[in-house]
Design a protein. Structure first.
Length: 55
């Protein structure tokens, strides 16, 4: 990211803070994302349950 783009982003973040839309701006983590494991569940897929409950 070049300086001009970083400055624009800083101004944008400050405007979000000033407007009260956010309380803080968190910096991205420098640590790599570890591989996630799937969790085995019994029964039908959770996505189906969510869709049924929304009806």
């Amino acid at each position: 990211m070049d300086k001009e783009e970083a400055d624009k982003q800083a101004v944008f973040h400050q405007s979000l803070l000033d407007a009260g839309l956010v309380k803080q701006i968190k910096r991205p983590s420098s640590q790599p994302i570890t591989e996630r494991r799937l969790i085995e569940i019994e029964g039908k897929p959770i996505s189906e349950t969510i869709i049924e409950e929304r009806r």
